[in-house]
Design a protein around this ligand. Sequence first.
Ligand code: ADP
Length: 695
Amino acid sequence: MAALPQQPIVPARQAVARLRSLWQRWFLWVLLALLVMVLLGTVVWLAGRHEADQVQAALDRDTSDAVAELRGGLQRNAQSLNALMTDTRGRVRWPEDEATALLRAHREWVRLEWRDPQLQLRAAADSPYRVRLFDEATREASRSDIALACAAASKLGGAAYSPSHYVPVGSGTGVEVMEICLPSEAGDYLIASYAMRETLIELVGPSLRRGQEVAFAEPDGTRLATVGAPRRGGNRIFTSQQLIDLPGVTLMLRVDGWRAEPDLFPNLLTGLVTGVSIALISVLILLARDTRRRLRAERELADTLAFRKAMEDSVITGLRARDLQGRITYANPAFCAMVGFSLDELIGRPDAPYWPTELVHEYQQRQTLRLAGGMPPREGFESVYMRKNGTRFPVLIFEAPLLNAQRVQTGWMSAFIDVSEQRRVEELSRASQERLQASARLATVGEMASLLSHELTQPLAAIASYATGSLNLLDGEPDGAPAELAMALRRIGEQAERAGQVIRSVHDFVRRRDRTREAVSPRALIDAVLPLVQLQARKLGVRIDIVLERDLPQVLCDRTLVEQVLLNLARNAMQAMDVAGIDERVLLIRAARGGGSNSSSVDSAGEARRWLEFSVADIGSGISDEVAKRLFTPFFTTRSDGMGLGLSLCRTVVEQHGGALLFEPNRPRGTIFRFTLLAAVPTAPLPLVTESTSP
Ligand code: ADP
């Protein structure tokens, strides 16, 4: 139960890990996108601001120009007024027609007045361009402004201006008016009333640009008089204000300008930057998409690679790639396991450490042929490789050209199958086939032996009878027969008898009848075969040494068959010494206690004492490994006249007696064959008796 709450942790952890990897992967992209956006935003903003600054600067310039023009115009007007009021000799005058002409020339003036030092009106002229603005009543309302201007004028000793004031015209409209007062030396004043709007039209108007509005304004922004294009909705407004310091009054000139273009794309520069920004963002988006596609492809590629790798690692077929120079560029684990070398020991090597040393030349030729473009057989070919520990093993090789993505050959790819097991099974089946054939032939031999023994019994019995008969006849001879003849006849009889016994034994052996086992002394067994062995020994110049342990017990055996075994081993030994280069040929026949049914199972001295061991040693040619493998196989022989049945029969006989027939190399040369037989009664070991018979 305790494990249950942990269950959801694993998916949660996986989700967290996935989120983290997703974040790590996208973090830089998001950061880059943000930075680009910020950069672009800043550039667009700066471009906009730069342009706004430019427009503002131009407007400020225009305003300064307008102020200068206004100031100049006002000054020129003041001079004209001065000229009107004073004649060339400096006297004050009021030329009516000149005043009218001036008013005609200056549309900005509404009225000219000549007033005495108490500001009482002496004369006045009105602008011909408009209906009379002032009557006595309205003019009286302006009196304070006039007084202010004239006070300033007399204080300054020159022209001075009054603050502007509103003169209603009727029906809710009116005109903003400003007075200028010029003092004369006589104390009189010349007063001109400026209509503010007309002043702007006349003095500033010509230099006014399209899309600009110029106005006299109060410090709080209230417009007193305005001239210029009315503002169109939705456009951005730029404003510039400058003060005009005039004697007696300070005016504010305000110029408004507006842009016809929309604010977001104020000009080409900003438009260009914005366009580039959009392109950049589009590229970023495309790049992000491309990256996503690439990541997906990478993931798929990694999956495929992992799958391939798992496949290559799990197959039992060895895989190896070589480049066009014959260097190993790749080998899978199965190949490394097959040859016993690690990947590091193989990669990059131009030679192959797994080539058997004796075949390197042949394999090199094969490789040269392959590198020269020779195509390998499609069905593969068999070869022998060497493991790191030096053992050889057969492999089946399939080779094919290695092509890259452009279908260009970059090397050779080979697949290897270790066929040792297959060969072993084939060898086993071949051996068992051979054994079957041998058994069949043995059966035939057995039949023949049985037939022969049957057929030979009669003639042998006849020979024995004739020998006995002849001896009887010789016994009957009065002057006695030669002793040698009698001896020879006796020998003939004995050998015939022996031949009969051999035939009977073989017959029994073949028929697998229970044979009579008897207790025989080892000496008797050896003595029985000695005459026949000596016959051959004499012929081949072999000395026979017989070594018998003292007081050996008797052995329980079918004596005829065991004698045959001894005879056979002695013959083989003498034949093995029938080669040149041996100084003294010696055949050693030995009988002693010890040994066992097979040596590994003998573990106690008591057990050992139950056994007798016979050995036949020679100093002949010895037995090679190749021969040793098949030594006891029926019909195996290295002699042209051999039957190859001797050793096979010997082993069968010994094993049927419960013993074992073994062989080992004799030092310094030759072979020792040993076989064991069960003793009739166990006895204690005693010293050896040695004897020797010379050829
Ligand atoms: P055969 O004597 O008819 O050849 P065997 O079965 O007795 O048949 O011997 C088989 C083979 O074993 C011989 O051909 C010989 O090559 C080899 N052989 C047997 N005994 C010896 C030995 N003492 N020294 C060397 N080789 C031997």
